[in-house]
Design a protein around this ligand. Structure first.
Ligand code: OGA
Ligand code: MN
Length: 211
């Protein structure tokens, strides 16, 4: 059923909406509400919840290689990396992100080559302290993406993504279902504030080919 639904989101059929391109270039970030259909958001949320309930998510680590470590006081989410063929909903999502990759390359000549993504589940109280998404020894991650899967998120439930654009005020973005946020991986420091309820998302990175 998902595979037959009309192409979504309609704004990506042709090109990247100009507010997204302008936001990324001028401020290092942009967002799009209702990026995924309600149907696809629900299916992805159900899959993430089922994985959480069955033990299919693993505590996320920080750092890479020899420096990789579990530090739940720094980063408290549990994750699962997506693979093609995992489910119809994930395949549809990966197809949409492929259109976004092409639209970003057309609009901004970023040379984005691949996409990697994981489900993330933050239990109440879990957070992710201020960080950059680009690793010290791997500069391939270029554009970070987060898409939220939370139905009826209310003001007061916390869980904002707090962006720290250089030389500008911090920006708090509530994790509303179907909302997508894009930002430059190498530049944008950001953090996840604790929430009073489960907080579900898909985090991802458009990567350049290694030099
Ligand atoms: C990350 C991250 C932000 C969010 O996974 O690296 O910063 O809002 N996620 O979930
Ligand atoms: Mn991050």
């Amino acid at each position: 059923m998902l595979a037959q639904s009309p192409a979504f989101p309609p704004h990506l059929n042709e090109a990247l909406p100009s507010h997204m391109a302008d936001g990324l270039v001028e401020h290092g970030w942009s967002q799009q509400n209702i990026f995924l259909s309600a149907e696809l958001t629900l299916a992805l949320a159900a899959e993430c919840r089922a994985l959480a309930a069955s033990g299919g998510l693993n505590p996320a680590s920080v750092g890479r290689g020899a420096a990789q470590a579990l530090r739940t006081e720094i980063r408290g989410d549990r994750i699962l990396w997506l693979k093609a063929g995992q489910s119809p909903a994930c395949d549809r999502y990966l197809q949409i992100m492929e259109s976004l990759r092409i639209a970003l390359n057309h609009a901004l000549y970023l040379g984005l080559d691949e996409y990697e993504s994981h489900f993330a589940f933050y239990a109440p109280g879990a957070s992710y302290q201020t960080h950059l998404d680009r690793f010290r020894d791997d500069d391939c991650r270029t554009v970070s993406v987060v898409i939220y899967l939370n139905h009826n998120w209310l003001p007061g439930q916390g869980g904002a993504l707090r962006l720290h654009p250089q030389g500008e005020c911090a920006q708090d973005i509530a994790p509303l279902g179907s909302r997508m946020v894009l930002f430059l991986s190498a530049e944008m420091r950001h953090e996840v504030l604790p929430a009073t309820r489960d907080r579900l998302s898909l985090a991802g990175w458009f990567r350049r080919r290694p030099a």
